[in-house]
Structures are given as structure tokens and as C-alpha cells.
Write a protein that binds this ligand. Structure first.
Ligand code: IPE
Ligand code: IPE
Ligand code: MG
Length: 239
């Protein structure tokens, strides 16, 4: 399914199966240019096409993007409103080309709190691409890891039996996906901000200074290269 050989980009063949990106720094990108924050979010959105396409062309199994956290409701109403419009615009505008590329879209998070038009755009995208066999594209929207674990716990309690690790992982929004191998955070902060904490239990973390709108495909490849330099031990001993 891969259309680009990792070797052609100076990468080793073993790519991460599941990459997460904490897309941070849009606001600062805009501020530095004297622009309103939503312009930074728009500029960030424009970077998605390339990053998704490259992930898909390299044959990466899953890409999870942190777009809106449960904590982001603390922001001013105007910024939240602009983000909602952008989410709608994005899913409406990109759906056909994502679908043509075989991308399978899943949202992570509780959608019911979003405006009806946003929910509709998200559900249409999920329904249309649900059977696709290409890149699994997860978009975390109104997502928080602790809230996700509480939701999972309630689902499991309702079953009334002892729970295994596999049961817990299968009750998360990411059920059926491989664990995260690599989490990239743009924008210079070195924290996870409640993003996929259980799924990232053994992920390699790469923090880059670039604001998300400046995170080019080349920078993404640099992060994949950095991942390949890491020595993953998973608690065992290994040279
Ligand atoms: C990340 O960029 C996008 C969202 C959280 C929606 P920010 O908006 O957090 O940008 P900074 O961190 O303020 O620069
Ligand atoms: C994390 O960025 C959330 C997203 C990228 C959607 P934030 O900007 O909200 O994180 P903090 O507040 O700096 O931890
Ligand atoms: Mg931020």
C-alpha cells in the first residue's frame, strides 16, 4: 500500500505503526505575525494535508491528531467558535480527497457537546470513510485521556466482571489500534496535556520547537528519523 519508500527519504524501513501529533503553537505563530489567533489555527489546518498524505504514502498504519482538548473549553468563546468553524470547513473540504486516498477517519472524544452542524460533518466523515483500508486517521476532538478512562471504566463496570488490560484498552476510543510508537509535540512545550496517556505508555516522545504551522513535511521526516535512532527496550535488556 506504501507509495513512498522510507529509504527514498533517508529513513530506515521500520516506521512507527502509530504516530500521534500534539499540534501546538498556532496561537503563538499568529501572534508573532500580528494576526488574530484563529489565523494561526487556519495556517495549522493547511499543514494537515501534507502530513496526512505523507503518513499515508509511507504506509504508516495510524495517525492521531490532537485538535481540541477537554481543557480547551477554557478559551475565549470567539476562539472556540472559530475552531468549530474550521473543523467543519476542514471535514467538508477534505473529505472527498481523504476518501479517495482510502483514509479511514475516526474521532476520539465526546462529540455530543459540539454544535449540531459540527457533529454532522464529523459523522458524515466517519460514515463515508468507515470501511476504508488505508491510513487510520484519528482526530481527537473534545478529547482528554482521563475522561476517556472514566468513560471506559463506566462501560466496564456495567458489564460486572473483572477486567483485563486488554478489556480496558478495548474500551478506549482507540480500540483496535496499535499503541502509539511516537508522539510528536510541536510548539516547544514538553508535556502531553492529557493526550492518549495509556496508549502512549511506551511511545517515544519527540518535542520540536516549530509552531505547528511551520511543521513542514521535512520536519516530520526529521522526527521519524529521530524515532528510528531511539533504542526501545520496553523494560527488557537490549544492546
Ligand atoms: C494548538 O495551538 C491548537 C489548539 C489547542 C486548538 P494553540 O492555540 O494552543 O497555540 P499556542 O500554544 O497558544 O501558541
Ligand atoms: C494541547 O495544546 C491541546 C491541543 C493541541 C489540541 P494546549 O495549548 O491546549 O496545551 P497546554 O495548555 O499548553 O498544556
Ligand atoms: Mg498551546
Amino acid at each position: 500500500m506504501a507509495k513512498i519508500l522510507p529509504q527514498s527519504l533517508g529513513l530506515a524501513p521500520e516506521l512507527p505503526a502509530h504516530v500521534g501529533i500534539i499540534m501546538d503553537g498556532n496561537g503563538r505563530w499568529a501572534k508573532e505575525r500580528g494576526l488574530p489567533r484563529p489565523m494561526g489555527h487556519r495556517a495549522g489546518m493547511e499543514r494537515l494535508r501534507g502530513l496526512i498524505r505523507l503518513s499515508s504514502d509511507l504506509g504508516i498504519t495510524a495517525l492521531s491528531l490532537y485538535a481540541f482538548s477537554t481543557e480547551n473549553w477554557k478559551r475565549p468563546a470567539g476562539e472556540i467558535d472559530a475552531l468549530m468553524r474550521l473543523f467543519m470547513e476542514y471535514f467538508r473540504r477534505e473529505l472527498d480527497s481523504l476518501h479517495e486516498n482510502g483514509v479511514c477517519i475516526r474521532t476520539l472524544g465526546e462529540k455530543s457537546v459540539f454544535p449540531a452542524a459540527v457533529q454532522e460533518a464529523l459523522e458524515t466523515a466517519e460514515r463515508k470513510t468507515g470501511a476504508n483500508r488505508g491510513l487510520k486517521l484519528n482526530v481527537a476532538l473534545n478529547y482528554g485521556s482521563r475522561g476517556e478512562v472514566v468513560r471506559a471504566a463506566n462501560l466496564l463496570v456495567a458489564r460486572g466482571k473483572p477486567v483485563s488490560e486488554a478489556d480496558l484498552m478495548n474500551a478506549l476510543y482507540t480500540a483496535g489500534l496499535p499503541d502509539l510508537d511516537l508522539v510528536i509535540r510541536t510548539g516547544g512545550e514538553q508535556r502531553l496535556s492529557n493526550f492518549l496517556l495509556l496508549q502512549a505508555a511506551y511511545a517515544e516522545l519527540v518535542f520540536v520547537q516549530d509552531y505547528f504551522p511551520d511543521f513542514t513535511d521535512e520536519r516530520y521526516v526529521d522526527c521519524l528519523r529521530e524515532y528510528q535512532r531511539r533504542n526501545r527496550r520496553f523494560g527488557a535488556l537490549q544492546g
